[in-house]
Design a protein around this ligand. Structure first.
Ligand code: FES
Length: 362
């Protein structure tokens, strides 16, 4: 049995003015709570990925709710909610002469509920075989009566080109997947944005897993098609890339590059203008993920700002030899580059990104 190490936290009258607070006592971080005339102290470090429990909220039932992903630990016992065999360490408290003291030797131990590792946490290895080309169509269509999508049609042309050359292809239409919008955990702390995505870990019904599997583990080439909507990529594209922050964030917080030796290309179509801005956004994002690009990494079409005759748009793309040849050539460039990268062997697992670490919070 360890000797108690009593440490003064401060005056009781001061400490009871806040229902929940994060306090550092020596080397121990505490979530100190006060409710109904009683203090409670549990570890201020969440069992999940270390969120600051004392900066969370107190639930009506007396649980400390982590501000990062809302795990619950009872403020007096440290126990997780009924049915979850986990606990944060609890600390004994006492009051002497108007001061609140804590025993820095935990009264109970941290316990984590057994969790099988998520499949997306497995090591990254490229299985041998032909170049694998993933197409991601971000066109939003009525599921029952889908229309001709100009961007998806060009994507299909590119995939057909790769398949005809003996490469493996896969098409994911985002409209067929049910997945939640990013909840922005990165905005709280870079460490709150986890790999796999926190939503993927919490919600087994979320279907963006198929994209993570294909993009991170399976593909050598990723071709993304989008329409232009009010000068920006399609809404489903934005919804998808916000959920991919967790891929890029692994570089930020762990120097772990999930995307290595992968090539990206884009197919962009719009009724009016802004091809260059949309291409620029896509190049920026996929570049930040770790993708590389061939020369001339996108094919694009728009009718132009003065054209309101959209009924001609589909016919123009459908019959444009130049656009479909361009899509085929883009596929060839991407596949050729991917084959060269595969032959060169794996790239570095860690990268220096020009001083960003200097701005991380300690
Ligand atoms: S719930 Fe606390 S860190 Fe995720």
């Amino acid at each position: 049995m360890n000797e108690p190490q009593w440490h003064c936290l401060g005056r009781v009258d001061d400490l009871k003015t806040r229902p929940l607070q994060q306090i550092k006592a020596g080397k121990v971080v505490l979530a100190l709570s006060y409710r109904d005339g009683e203090f409670g102290a549990i570890s201020g470090v969440c069992n999940h990925v270390g969120g600051p429990l004392g900066e969370g909220q107190l639930s009506a039932e007396g649980y400390v709710v982590c501000p990062w992903h809302h795990w619950h630990f009872h403020r007096l016992t440290g126990l997780a909610r009924p049915g979850i065999p986990a606990a944060a360490p609890r600390y004994d408290l006492k009051i002497e002469n108007g001061d609140l003291l804590v025993n820095l030797v935990p009264a109970t131990e941290r316990r984590n509920a057994p969790h099988p590792a998520h499949p997306l946490t497995r090591p990254l290895t490229r299985e041998p075989g032909p170049v694998r080309v993933l197409g991601i169509s971000t066109a939003a269509m009525n599921r029952e009566f889908p229309r001709y999508s100009t961007s998806e049609a060009l994507l299909q042309t590119a995939l057909d080109q790769a398949a005809a050359a003996g490469h493996h292809t896969q098409l994911i239409r985002l409209k067929d997947l049910s997945f939640r919008a990013c909840e922005g955990y990165y905005s709280v702390s870079a460490h709150a944005c986890t790999w796999p995505c926190t939503i993927t870990q919490m919600d087994e019904t979320d279907q963006l897993t198929a994209v993570y599997e294909a993009l991170v583990f399976w593909a050598d080439v990723v071709l993304v098609s989008t329409s232009i909507r009010w000068g920006a990529p399609a809404a489903l594209y934005s919804k998808m890339i916000e959920r991919m922050n967790c891929i890029q964030n692994q570089i930020t917080i762990h120097d772990r590059v999930l995307i290595r030796n992968k090539v990206a290309g884009f197919l962009i179509t719009g009724g009016q203008d802004n091809v260059q801005a949309v291409a620029g956004q896509m190049l920026l994002f996929f570049g930040e993920l770790g993708f590389v690009f061939p020369q001339f990494p996108f094919v694009a079409h728009s009718r132009g700002w003065t054209a309101e005759d959209m009924e001609r748009n589909v016919a123009q793309v459908r019959t444009s030899k130049a656009l479909h040849d361009g899509a085929r050539a883009l596929a060839d460039r991407c596949v050729g580059m991917a084959a060269d990268l595969i032959a060169a062997g794996p790239g570095p697992r860690k990268v220096e990104r020009g001083g960003r670490k200097a701005h991380r919070a300690p």
